[in-house]
Design a protein around this ligand. Structure first.
Ligand code: ATP
Ligand code: MG
Length: 578
């Protein structure tokens, strides 16, 4: 099975829809025709990443939400790069973000048109709109320095003070703005601010900045511009240019909404946009336990070589999770199941793992893998004999056929399936005890060999030739233990990476904690495993359930033809912290 989803999910085959406040708003808007406009769908959403890093599981929540709403209400969702910060942005990030959106199973194509946009394509329009606001006296050029501006901004409960430049003439502000654009000034010498209310109880309405000087090379517009719009000014305009109807963002933007509306109302009055205008709605961000999602912290993990790159399977980046073997379906299911609310909270990581098992269990073919090998010798088994055993590819899908593998005199079993002196309730191999070798014979343990240090290096047993699984005789044997094995002669030797959570603390960076202090030293263990014969044909990205162990995916980067490397995606049961 490959866990790539080539075609986007359709209404019928994605996770069942759970209603939420955004759906209620949209359904009411549809009823009222609130966004009825000729030639346009009534629901247009957007996912607006800044191309300054790799997407993570938190972004997936926003992607599933925005693209999911568009899909379910016959609308469209735009992928828009909010590339208004030239210093931090790069083409590399644009490419990986596009890739991740597709991988998650979504498409920005609608009615045969690609709805992929860049804020930088609107720089001319944004500039003209700022100019318009200055012309009408709704914005001015401020020439205070950053410290003066901060000091005059006031605080919560303390009104700000008007800038001494607030009442300069329109002509003077316009002239300065033009000269800002012409490159006559240094960074920070002047800034354009909306003229609203320095005493507003909402700090975001105290003459927010809308354009600033930045002498910086932009990854798309090059050196054309040295003035760039501020996020809060650009964002509503980008939405309006694209005819977005429902602009969904996370809760921290709630206090920015009055300015969002202020910008659009003034520009609609000026004839730049038609009403109805886009509306902003906020929901609570996804907080998953045992991970960090701050871009700065993720970058630190990569740059300090704590992980092996952005796509390290321990990373909560979408490229990392993909490599780890997480599926788009499982991520979508988790996003759907955890709902959309306006109250912040933590989602336990086990919810995501549960979704993953739910998705993988019906798909993943079964296979046998011995991860911590110990030799088992069947002393009464003829030296050259090889007997074919078989078992279903999938226990619930007989139509998928059987897999076949030979049993021989020497096998590999798991080290912990043998105890020389059994503890109470131990039913597997110990001298004198009988177990079934899964899909093979019943054997009775006769003893073991040890090295000079006392470590067990081989276990011995004898088998009962009439006990083979699937034959009549097998019913005569009642044993409690049932262990897996692979033939030593036929086994495929493979590197297997046993991944676990990257942090030991459920809230690694909460309350100013140093997340580097709670790294899980056992988050990656590499073992040399013996796998069932058929596995050598596994293709990168193929996922299996290794019986009794969990789900494993053939690594996309390090697997080579005939020599797969496996990553543990998730164990069979949640044993974390137990
Ligand atoms: P920063 O702004 O610090 O660089 P960011 O995580 O906000 O980081 P953006 O590229 O601006 O990154 O995010 C794109 C979109 O993803 C935004 O609309 C943002 O609200 C959303 N988003 C980011 N993190 C989460 C999260 N944990 N849960 C839900 N949505 C998120
Ligand atoms: Mg952001």
């Amino acid at each position: 099975m490959s866990n790539d989803s080539k075609n986007g999910p359709h209404a019928a085959d994605h996770a069942p829809v759970i209603s939420n406040f955004l759906r209620t708003i949209i359904e009411n808007d549809l009823k009222d025709g609130a966004h009825l406009r000729p030639g346009l769908p009534q629901v247009i959403t957007r996912f607006p990443p800044e191309p300054n890093g790799y997407l993570h599981i938190g972004h997936a929540k926003s992607i599933c939400l925005n693209f999911g709403l568009a899909r379910d209400y016959d609308g469209r969702c735009h992928l828009r790069f909010d590339d208004t910060n030239p210093e931090k942005e790069e083409q590399e990030y644009v490419d990986t973000i596009i890739d991740s959106v597709h991988w998650l199973g979504f498409s920005y194509e609608h009615d045969a048109k690609q709805h992929l946009y860049f804020a930088s394509d609107y720089f001319d329009q944004l500039y003209a709109m700022a100019e318009h606001l200055i012309e009408l006296g709704h914005a001015y050029v401020d020439s205070q320095n950053a410290e003066e501006m901060a000091a005059n901004r006031g605080n919560f409960g303390e009104p700000g003070k008007n800038s001494p430049y607030r009442d300069r003439t329109v002509a003077e502000s316009l002239d300065l703005f033009h000269r800002m654009k012409a490159g006559e000034f240094q960074n920070g010498e002047h800034i354009v601010r909306a003229k609203i209310d320095m005493a507003s109880p909402n700090m975001n309405m105290r003459d927010p900045a809308i354009y600033r000087i930045r002498h910086a090379h932009h990854h798309r517009t090059g050196d054309k511009w040295c003035v760039y719009p501020m996020y809060d000014f650009a964002h509503p305009i980008e939405d309006a240019i694209e005819n977005v109807t429902h602009s969904v963002c996370t809760l921290e933007f709630q206090d920015h909404r009055p300015f969002y509306d202020w910008v659009l109302e003034h520009l609609a009055d000026g004839g730049f946009f038609q009403r109805p205008l886009p509306k902003q709605y906020e929901f609570s961000r996804l907080n998953l336990t045992y991970i960090v999602t701050s871009k700065r912290k993720l970058r630190q993990l990569v740059e300090e070589n704590i992980v092996d790159g952005w796509d390290d399977p321990r990373m909560p980046t979408l490229v990392g999770m993909r490599r780890r073997g997480y599926t788009p379906e499982a991520i979508q299911l988790m996003c759907e199941r955890t709902g959309v609310t306006k109250s912040d909270g933590w989602i336990d990581y086990s919810v995501l793992e549960g979704c993953l098992r739910e998705d993988l269990d019906p798909k993943a073919p079964r296979a046998t893998a011995v991860l911590r090998p110990l030799k088992l010798v069947i002393d009464n088994f003829p030296d050259e004999l090889s007997v074919e055993c078989s078992s279903p590819v999938h226990p619930h899908h007989p139509e998928r056929g059987n897999r076949h593998f030979p049993i021989t005199k020497e096998l590999w079993i798991e080290q912990d399936d043998f105890m020389e002196t059994p503890s109470k309730g131990y039913f597997r191999l110990f001298p004198g005890n009988k177990v079934r070798l899964r899909y093979g014979y019943v054997v009775e343990c006769t003893g073991c060999n040890k090295d000079a240090a006392g470590n067990v290096i081989a276990v011995h047993c004898s088998y009962f030739p009439d006990s083979k699984s699937g034959t009549e005789g097998s019913a005569n044997y009642k044993v409690k233990g049932n262990i897996h094995w692979v033939s030593a002669h036929h086994a495929v030797v493979a590197e297997v990476r046993l991944y676990d959570r990257l942090f030991t603390d459920p809230h690694p960076d909460a309350g100013g904690k140093d997340f580097l202090q709670v790294l899980n030293p056992n988050a990656k263990e590499v073992v040399t495993a013996y796998l069932e014969q058929g596995i050598h044909a596994a293709q990168p990205g193929d996922c299996f359930q290794f019986e009794r162990h969990g789900y494993f995916v053939a690594d996309r980067v390090d697997s080579v033809a005939g020599k797969p490397v496996f990553n543990r995606v998730v164990t069979l049961k949640d044993s974390w912290g137990k």
